[in-house]
Design a protein around this ligand. Structure first.
Ligand code: NOJ
Length: 547
């Protein structure tokens, strides 16, 4: 490893969806002390850093992405002292911690929004958000913009004299968008960014980054009636990926650069293609950005190779490393996705829930792990993927909490199926997620008894063992070596990363001979290297030592 390069260029970052990771206080909801108690597991897994989803005070209209105080911790998740203890313990075991910054919007319960409602039209309080008069005598929304959770992006407020202005929310109505043209907003978030960097966090994940600038005058976007929030297809959209958004990131980068220790800014940005994405990681902006094109690609060698090549080509001119991600708290778990006929990802839980072959999906997911962890740059793992968890597709309707469910008129179940609390141990729910007898905030399937950490821990053929071994080898063998493709046929992804590692992924329907390709190090469907044999079966992958 080259220790002069910043850690984030090659880091494997593990996403902790805090509500579902580990419950330390027995209320059925994950929390900071629960996470702290499981740090030895994460250190043993072999990841470099954690991204922890929001812990801020919140009414939880969108799982904590509706924040009332960006500098504090919700009592359900713990205290600032718990966060300090988490940071100290994480650093002791060699893990870095990245916090989630939700700056496009606040909660509708935030003091600023309450003040804006009370102050009325034209007030300075309203200028921190987007309040506008409606069209058609005030009765229609000010423009045609849409919410990521379905329906219009505007909600009308009622004043003392009856219905009056509308306010903008690109997400739920409980998440009013801030106007980043407002100096108040800019200065407040300078202080918030500093407050977390001062506390010692190693990085900041920027939520909904492309939303943080709007075209002045808020012109119509030209959305068709019933359009979905397909931001990866939009061109010149007035509420997404607007060029002025980059001013915000330059401002934050100047703040971050004044700190020691290679602090990281990583953005969540679903935009139209790798060239638009590369603009977020220009040398004076953010350091890295999630690569959603990779996550959204189907299990198809040509499609995946096109994403890898397109990503690397677009990032080379700006000098930023790629990131590779297969799942998150917003997407169908990839064991299930790869078990579907179409296998590409849908937007924000607007999934058609086509039937899935979970056995096939798991086989592909294990192969995909070896692909992901061999690609150049960093990788993001989503909690539970190291256990091979599938999406939970049969949550009872009355358990669903994602705003997508209500906003879609109960047509899209949303993202709860990937957010079911982790199974740690034992034979029945709550599987060690919470103290025995406590009901987790979402029900866990009884069938997860065979997928717990405890059940997989000592089994060399388990998905957990595969991830641990892949992460160990990655640390030992890989740094910033470039990728060189080998030609083993159009349905096979094969490449070298320098002299030490060759990765072969078979996406074809026939076995791929391995003779002459090198000494097997690890395979997605074999116990240890010895059992790989002389051919790689369909939907499996292997790492080899060439030469
Ligand atoms: C992206 C987050 O990952 C998602 O969970 C959230 O609903 C939206 N941003 C809005 O904050």
């Amino acid at each position: 490893m080259d220790h002069r390069r910043p850690w984030w260029r090659t880091a494997v970052v593990y996403e902790v969806y805090l509500r579902s990771f580990a419950d330390g206080n027995g209320d059925g909801l994950g929390d900071v002390p629960g996470l702290r108690s499981r740090l030895p597991y994460l250190a043993g897994l072999g990841v470099d850093a954690l991204w922890v989803t929001p812990w801020y005070p919140s009414p939880m209209a969108d799982g904590g992405y509706d924040v009332t105080d960006h500098r504090d911790v919700d009592p359900r998740f713990g205290t600032l002292a718990d966060v300090d203890a988490l940071l100290a313990d994480a650093h002791t075991v060699g893990l870095r911690v990245v916090v989630d910054l939700v700056a496009n919007h606040t909660s509708a319960e935030h003091a600023w929004f309450r003040a804006a409602l009370a102050a009325g039209p034209g007030s300075p309080e309203r200028s921190r958000y987007f309040f506008r008069d409606g069209r058609a005598g005030g009765n229609d929304p000010p423009n045609d913009w849409i919410s990521a959770f379905g329906g219009p992006a505007w909600t009308r407020v009622t004043g003392p004299g009856g219905p009056e202005q509308w306010y903008l929310h690109l997400f739920a109505p409980e998440q009013p968008d801030l106007d980043w043209g407002s100096p108040d907003v800019q200065e407040e978030f300078d202080g918030i960014v500093r407050s977390w960097l001062d506390r010692g966090v190693d990085g900041i994940r920027v939520d909904a980054a492309p939303a943080m600038a709007k075209v002045p005058g808020l012109p119509d976007a030209g959305h068709a009636p019933g359009a979905s929030f397909a931001s990866s297809t939009w061109v010149d959209n007035p509420h997404w990926d607007v060029d002025e958004v980059h001013e915000v990131f330059r401002r934050w980068r100047r703040i971050g650069d004044a700190y020691d220790g290679d602090r990281l800014f990583v953005s969540e940005a679903v935009v139209n293609g790798p060239e638009r994405l590369a603009r977020y990681v220009r040398p004076d902006e953010l350091h890295t950005t999630f690569n959603f094109d990779y996550l959204k690609a189907p299990w198809d060698a040509r499609a995946l190779r096109a994403v890898v090549d397109g990503t690397l080509a677009a990032l080379a001119p700006v000098g930023a490393p790629a990131t590779w991600v297969l799942s998150s708290h917003d997407e169908t778990r990839h064991v299930t996705r790869f078990g579907r006929a179409h296998s590409a990802a849908a937007v924000m839980g607007f999934d058609d829930a086509a039937p899935a072959d979970i056995g096939l999906g798991l086989r592909r997911a294990r192969a995909a792990a070896l692909l992901t962890l061999a690609l150049p740059g960093g990788a993001y793992l989503y909690q539970g993927e190291e256990l091979g968890l599938p999406e939970v597709e049969d949550l009872p309707a009355d358990a669903l909490q994602d705003p997508t469910w209500e906003r879609s008129g109960h047509t899209a179940r949303g993202r709860d199926g990937c957010r079911v609390p982790l199974p740690w141990s034992g034979q029945r729910p709550p599987f060690g997620f919470a103290p025995a007898g406590v009901r987790p905030w979402l029900p866990q399937p009884a069938s997860w008894a065979s997928l717990t950490v405890e059940a997989q821990d000592a089994d060399p053929s388990s998905t957990l063992s595969l991830y641990r071994e892949a992460l160990r080898l990655r640390r030992e063998l890989l740094s910033e070596e470039p990728l060189t493709w080998l030609d083993l046929g159009a349905d096979v992804l094969a490449f070298d990363r320098g002299p030490a590692l060759r990765c072969v992924v078979n996406l074809s329907a026939a076995p791929v001979p391995l003779a002459g390709l090198g000494r097997p190090l690890l395979a997605s469907e074999a116990v240890g290297a010895e059992a790989v044999g002389d051919a790689l079966a369909p939907d499996t992958a292997a790492w080899l030592a060439p030469g």
